[in-house]
Design a binder for this molecule. Structure first.
Ligand SMILES: Nc1ncnc2c1ncn2[C@@H]1O[C@H](COP(=O)(O)OP(=O)(O)O)[C@@H](O)[C@H]1O
Ligand SMILES: [Mg+2]
Length: 433
């Protein structure tokens, strides 16, 4: 089977690794990811956020199955372009991925179909309305409706405290995009719950907790994600009923989208937050998470190729997952995220890495004259896997030591100290109710 993958980050490296196990892999990338290139029978470099350029890159070639992975690629209609060439496609159409690229559509969909989990929210088109909503809700999140690579949301208390600053930020968004979304601020622990979807059914993956903040102790600016952990079918702070509630919301969305004539075939990512009032939804993504893909894909007991095929055909197979724990730590360039050290040479001790049991996924790095160099973004995802979180964390940490150069990582992700902080916090939030 010939499978075409579009994308070139660490998430796509994790996808490529699984696909290459039982399919002939081909890939389209915006920049050459050395690891994906090595796994691919052939690859093409082009603008993957442009459907026409992807179509041109693969013109005259035939594939059985296609998977477009990054958010901007989906929003550009690349899944639709792949389908036009006659292959089966396991990633959502541009219309279906609207659940991610239009937060107003997403909130409306939940309201219209009476799906629980939304905070109070309003889309505003004037500064006066923004100010009114901010005053009305007290603490808020101010959001652009579209994609911003995880860097567009400002939250009361985290980024701003003054109403004037929040209103100013909303005003800027309105001037740029015509509107902004104001939501009531939710307080709790966030978690990621991903599922495979075939247009009407879902099959869930293990829940994961990502760490968006740059620095240890969850401080500093938001990033694309510094690392994540999973611990089987539950996280240390979730209860059975929380996971069931989240699953109902995911299933509700898939039913709603089918009814709305925008059936969703692909990976649906629910970004949930567990609050004193139960499970709420922050947003949906129409794709695997990055880093979360590195946590869950290696745990799949069944073929990813077959699972994608079953999603594309509308005949969902339900892959099972190992109960092992995982910890992923992202190595990022020195100075990241504000002033990242670019074009710096990093050295990987592949033997040491292998002997440690850790796995390295290539993110935003490139090759020149046989050397690996950093760009300004996250460079490598290091995965540790074990029977306990402690074991997985120690392996990930050891793995990080086999990459030498001007890169750093959050040592606290997956440690028992940080996890205890999160479970204690959740207990206290639940207790307050
Ligand atoms: N209503 C909210 N209450 C509290 N925090 C929020 C809210 N909405 C977003 N956030 C915070 O902002 C982050 C980014 O918001 P999100 O809606 O996921 O946008 P993005 O598209 O940038 O990922 C979330 O991970 C969460 O930490
Ligand atoms: Mg998000």
């Amino acid at each position: 089977m010939k499978v075409l993958l579009v994308g070139n980050g660490a998430r796509e490296h994790a996808i490529a690794e699984r696909l290459a196990q039982d399919a002939e892999l081909y890939s389209v990338m915006s920049k050459k990811n050395p690891a994906i290139a090595q796994l691919s029978k052939e690859y093409w470099i082009c603008d993957i956020e442009n459907a026409e350029s992807v179509s041109k890159a693969i013109s005259g070639r035939e594939f059985d199955l296609g998977f477009a992975s990054p958010d901007a690629t989906l929003a550009a209609g690349v899944s639709d372009a792949l389908a036009q060439t006659g292959m089966l496609v396991a990633s959502p159409t541009k219309a279906a991925s609207r659940i991610e690229w239009d937060k107003s559509y997403m909130r409306n969909l939940l309201t219209r179909h009476k799906i629980k989990g939304s905070p109070k929210h309003v889309v505003v088109t004037s500064e006066a309305d923004a100010r009114r909503a901010i005053k009305d809700y007290g603490e808020v999140a101010v959001k652009p409706l579209g994609l911003t690579g995880g860097k567009g949301v400002k939250v009361s208390g985290d980024h701003f405290t003054e109403i004037d600053d929040l209103a100013d930020y909303a005003k800027g968004l309105i001037e740029k995009d015509g509107s902004a979304l104001i939501e009531e601020k939710l307080v709790g622990e966030e978690f990621t719950f991903q599922c495979f979807c075939d247009g009407s059914r879902i099959s869930t993956m293990p829940p994961v907790q990502d760490h968006k903040r740059a620095y240890e102790g969850d401080a500093g600016p938001n990033t694309g994600g510094m690392g994540s952990y999973s611990s089987g079918t539950h996280l240390p702070f979730t209860r059975e009923s929380d996971i069931e509630e989240a699953k109902k919301i995911l299933q509700g969305v898939i039913h709603a989208m089918k009814k709305d004539q925008a059936p969703f075939h692909g990976v649906l990512y629910g970004q949930f937050i567990l609050t004193a009032e139960g499970v709420k939804i922050i947003e949906f993504n129409a794709r695997f998470g990055d880093p979360e893909a590195m946590n869950v894909l290696p745990l799949m007991n069944d073929s990813l190729t077959n699972t994608l095929l079953s999603m594309a055909e509308g005949q969902l197979s339900r892959p099972s997952f190992s109960d092992d724990c995982t910890v992923v730590k992202y190595l990022v360039p020195d100075g990241y995220p504000d002033k990242p050290h670019k074009d710096a040479c990093v050295d990987i001790d592949a033997h040491g890495m292998e002997a440690s049991g850790a796995k390295v996924y290539f993110a935003s790095v490139y090759e020149q004259a046989g050397k690996i160099l950093t760009t300004g973004s996250r460079a490598f995802g290091i995965l540790g896997r074990g029977k306990s979180l402690d074991e997985a964390e120690a392996i990930a940490e050891k793995g990080c030591s086999f990459i030498r150069g001007p890169v750093w990582h959050r040592r606290d992700i997956g440690t028992s100290a940080l996890i205890k902080k999160k479970t204690d916090r959740m207990l206290s939030i639940r207790g307050k109710k």
